[in-house]
Write a protein that binds this ligand. Structure first.
Ligand code: AMP
Length: 418
């Protein structure tokens, strides 16, 4: 027996209403904020991610699905959505468009992680990227947009965690402070963090191991070592967030798992579930486009995990619009009736009415049981007598009431949604 690979999931028809609900809210959000949809391939040159997400990150070191195709190209299933969008921005000369260019995507994301509740090896993200504007006004807008998205879904009890991790200019100073602080503590750190101390000290701050967390709590705060421009940017962002009435928690340990971030980083955390269960996150990535071969272009974005949102919708008891049920089920008995049923079903669908048609191989009782299970409001029943009289019997599936009518009248009735 084959099973879905570990860490992947099938989304069955009964779960689809949640996905549809989230997608509809996302599309409305993007309409309100002027974002256009972009789709990029599920795989890219592996180097794109090594260069942007960073050689020292878990995503690149441990989690990428790497493969060589039959022409020996080194490819990776996308482990995140931002670098591909930036690659497309460069490749299609979007720097010639009025800036910022605002793009959103729905994408499946592949990471070889340890599967657990809300953590998959293939998950789905809705993400937004605003490329070509350095202003903190945009940071505030993007953060507010992310919050408005979760609010529009009916979710409550989440917090905005905010930090600034500086830029190329001030980062080396911050990293040195971290190294100075952590070096004497090295023996107490986990094996991963001992490597991070050397390769990627910022990552020390978000280690989830208890011993490392205690050390991180007391670590120097990046926001205390920002250069003047970054400090000014952060302070302006906070002013705009306050103007928008956005509440946030300053979290100096928030650094995010990808190297390309500069200045603003943020995460939206549900009240329950801890730091591993973020609903979404994002930040500014002013160096990323230059890193992958474009002109230096400031940008900011966020992404949110669809599976995490579904989990939170279910946990918070939020009901979503159910899937549409068929209006009419057509049951038939006998060869001539079957021909009429086939014709009627085609005509009703031409009129835009959702119909399920029975092949008429089973008893009427079995056909009506199926109609019931499918949630049809009405059944149109055709037997040999009805064929002769040129009528159908319409049965209200809820009340069991039946009436005879002309097929044309049935189409009018069902077409009016009655
Ligand atoms: P990231 O690209 O790591 O910032 O992730 C953005 C969002 O995607 C997170 O806030 C989560 O909601 C979601 N996410 C990240 N990794 C996973 C995963 N392995 N399984 C499910 N959702 C995830």
């Amino acid at each position: 027996m084959f099973k879905a690979p570990r860490g992947t999931a099938d989304t069955l028809p009964e779960e689809q209403p949640y996905w549809r609900y989230i997608q509809d809210k996302a599309l409305e959000l993007c309409r309100l904020y002027g974002y256009g949809c972009i789709s990029t391939p599920a795989f890219e040159d592996a180097g794109l991610f090594a260069r942007s997400v960073g050689e020292g990150t878990d995503i690149v070191n441990k989690e990428m699905y790497l493969f060589k195709d039959r022409s020996n190209n080194e490819l990776a299933l996308r482990p995140e959505g931002t670098a591909p969008v930036c690659r497309a921005y460069i490749e299609h000369g979007m720097d010639n468009l009025p800036q910022p260019v605002k793009l959103f995507y729905f994408a499946d994301i592949f990471r070889y992680e340890r599967p657990q509740a809300g953590r998959y090896r293939q998950h789905h993200q809705f993400g937004c990227e605003a490329i070509g504007d350095p202003s903190p006004v945009l940071d505030a807008e993007v953060i507010n947009m992310a919050l408005n998205f979760f609010t529009s879904l009916g979710l409550a009890n989440f917090s905005l965690q905010l930090n600034s991790i500086g830029c190329r200019k001030c980062r080396p100073g911050q990293l040195q402070k971290l190294k100075d602080y952590y070096t004497p503590l090295a023996p107490q750190l986990c094996a991963d963090c001992q490597v991070r101390l050397d390769k990627n000290p910022l990552r020390l701050l978000d280690c989830k191991k208890p011993g490392c967390q205690a050390a991180a709590d007391e670590a120097p705060k990046s926001s205390d070592y920002l250069c003047d421009e970054c400090a000014q940017h952060f302070s302006s962002l906070r002013t705009y967030l306050s103007a928008l009435g956005v509440r946030y928690v300053l979290n100096h340990r928030l650094v995010r798992g990808l190297d390309y971030y500069t200045r603003t980083v943020f995460e939206i955390q549900p009240a329950e579930g801890g730091s591993q269960s973020a609903l979404g996150g994002g930040g500014r990535y002013d160096d990323l486009i230059a890193l992958i071969g474009g002109k230096s272009t400031p940008a900011i974005g966020f992404a949110t995990g669809m599976e995490r949102i579904v989990l939170n919708l279910v946990n918070q008891g939020i009901t979503v619009p159910p899937a549409e049920k068929p209006a009419v089920f057509i049951a038939c008995m006998g060869g001539n009736a079957r021909v009429e049923a086939v014709k009627l079903a085609a005509k009703m669908r031409d009129a835009g009415i959702a119909v399920i048609s029975s092949s008429g191989e089973r008893s009427l009782k079995a056909q009506l049981r199926y109609a019931n299970a499918a949630g049809a409001s009405y059944a149109a029943i055709i037997g040999e007598d009805e064929v002769k009289a040129g009528v159908v019997i319409l049965r209200n599936m809820e009340t069991g009431e039946q009436q005879e009518m002309q097929p044309g009248d049935l189409i009018k009735l069902a077409g009016n949604g009655q």
